[in-house]
Design a protein around this ligand. Structure first.
Ligand code: NAD
Length: 474
């Protein structure tokens, strides 16, 4: 890719401060397919200076000007769709059916939704003798993960651009290429110089430089709870706002009146989405005790029908996991499930039959999983579903909440009174009822160690605003 060894700072492709590069490895073949420049604190400093200069004027642009800019971004995005799908499939091993469908729709729907919010948003209100103004927070540092790469970039840059902020993006060092495409899209759309800046690199050096930088006003982070803790600590000295979107171990509760065939198929599909690497996936399926065997055999049948293979093949339904580290960690989790006495109903350790290269994990189902088992408690981030039995709905809620996380929960059932009541008992930022369609208006974020703050919709938009009270003028 033309700009893989450059960064986008102040509206131009520039040489990095150092000559360090990193190899990118195709997760489906384990072969190097590109190298990319790695940044350092000096690159971040140049980007912050550019963003700070640009803030002086960009923060004063009108709503109409920013709506027009977002519309141009939408048009430029559409021109690059095929490129984006191909790149994400190469980088992450996302099946092409997902990267050319759900992923693109996600970015487009969020863009349209952001335009809609911007059109209607009240940037000031009267309260007593006070006028309250909502103003852009300033220069935002954005640190994103690899699992849904351009999607996570879009959920940050759109509200930042809409509210009048300027920004520095550091995508995951494992998926830098689609970040480069984003920079090209924004350049083509006419985003003014310095408003958006891109520096590639790892978390320890570049991520840390963002968290610590005294002239960055906010860090918007998506990734692991481990890194979120570190970022919050590093940001504390400069009191910047930190929005942390972190890991999860979400429950999926099936009520007794659910249609088990379709509900369990959806549960497996949800857990295995993004090759089992979706942060809000329902990875702990909870079913009524007397239907555990029935649920297990349906889930095993669905898992066994998955087709592992090259992610660029439209028939592939399960691609590889991200890298050797993830593969090894998932294998260890599967082994721990076996060792701790969970019932292996599908999959297991090793690669799927007939595949001898790439980080492919067998689609795996464990049943009769107890709450003290490691696979019940820790985020595996691979295609591994655990099934556990509950007694009554109170028990189901208690089991769902028995986690340090609180990103999401899923419920399937027909009795909507029971569903609604249960949804209020769950300590999670999103509760998905009966496998709903994606809703770009829904705020997204976690309770407990799944994070703080929200992304998406109007709630995500307001994270990028500061509040000013002008008292005594009304
Ligand atoms: P990760 O935390 O390893 O890396 C995410 C990003 O943080 C990368 O850009 C990385 O370079 C950077 N980073 C790592 N350590 C850092 C540090 N000390 N300081 C600053 N930056 C640092 O996560 P990952 O492996 O890329 O992604 C998977 C994790 O992300 C999973 O835990 C998943 O649940 C979570 N996730 C959460 C959401 C959400 O919205 N809540 C969405 C997607 C993924």
């Amino acid at each position: 890719m033309e700009n893989a060894n450059k960064f986008y700072i102040d509206g131009k492709w520039v040489e990095p401060a150092s000559k360090i590069t990193s190899d990118l490895i195709d997760p489906s073949t384990e072969k190097v397919y590109a190298t990319v420049a790695m940044g350092n604190a000096a690159d971040i400093d140049s980007a912050v200076k550019a963003a700070r200069r640009a803030f002086a004027t960009y923060s004063k642009t009108t709503i109409e000007e920013r709506i027009e800019l977002l519309q141009k971004i939408y048009e430029a995005f559409i021109k690059r769709e095929a490129d984006i799908s191909k790149t994400v499939t190469l980088e992450v091993g996302m099946p092409i059916s997902v990267s050319s469908g759900f992923l693109l729709d996600w970015c487009k729907l969020h863009t349209l939704e952001t335009i809609e919010i911007l059109r209607k948003y009240a940037f000031s209100e009267k309260l007593g003798t006070t006028t309250v103004y909502k103003e852009p927070i300033g220069v935002v540092g954005m640190i994103t993960p690899w699992n849904f790469p351009i999607g996570q970039i879009f959920t940050k840059i759109l509200p930042a651009l809409a509210t009048g902020c300027t920004m520095i993006l550091k995508p995951s060092q494992l998926t830098p290429l689609d970040g480069l495409i984003v920079a090209e899209i924004l350049h083509e759309a006419g985003v003014p110089a310095g408003v958006f800046n891109l520096v590639n690199g790892d978390g320890r050096v570049v991520g840390e430089a963002i968290s610590q930088h005294p002239d960055i006003d906010m860090v918007s982070f998506t990734g692991s709870t481990r890194a979120g803790i570190q970022i919050a600590k590093s940001a504390a000295d400069t009191i910047k706002r930190v929005v942390n979107e972190l890991g999860g171990k979400s429950a999926n509760i099936l009520l007794d009146d659910a249609d088990f065939e379709t509900a369990i198929e959806s549960a497996v599909v949800n857990c295995f989405l993004l090759n089992g690497q979706a942060c809000d996936a329902g990875t702990r399926l909870l079913v009524p005790r007397d239907r555990l065997d029935e649920a297990t055999s349906i889930a095993a049948k669905v898992a066994n029908a998955y087709v592992s293979g090259p992610p660029s093949d439209p028939d592939t339904t399960l691609g590889p996991v991200m890298n050797a580290g993830q593969f090894k960690s998932i294998q260890a989790y599967i082994q721990s499930g076996i060792d701790q006495g969970a019932k292996l109903a599908a999959g297991g350790v090793g690669r799927p039959e007939g595949i001898d290269a790439g980080y492919f994990v067998k689609p795996t189902i464990f049943s009769d999983v107890k709450s003290d088992m490691t696979i019940y408690r820790e985020e595996i981030f691979g295609p591994v579903l655990t099934i556990s039995a509950y007694g009554d709905l109170e028990d189901a809620a208690r089991m769902a909440n028995d986690t340090v996380y609180g990103l999401a929960a899923h419920i399937t059932g027909k009795d909507m009174d029971k569903v609604r009541q249960l949804s209020r008992e769950l300590r999670a930022g999103s509760v998905y009822v009966n496998s709903p369609d994606f809703d770009p208006k829904a705020p997204f974020g976690g309770y407990r160690q799944s994070g703080n703050g929200r992304e998406c919709g109007e709630h995500g938009f307001t994270e990028f605003l500061e509040i000013k009270a002008v008292v005594g003028h009304g």
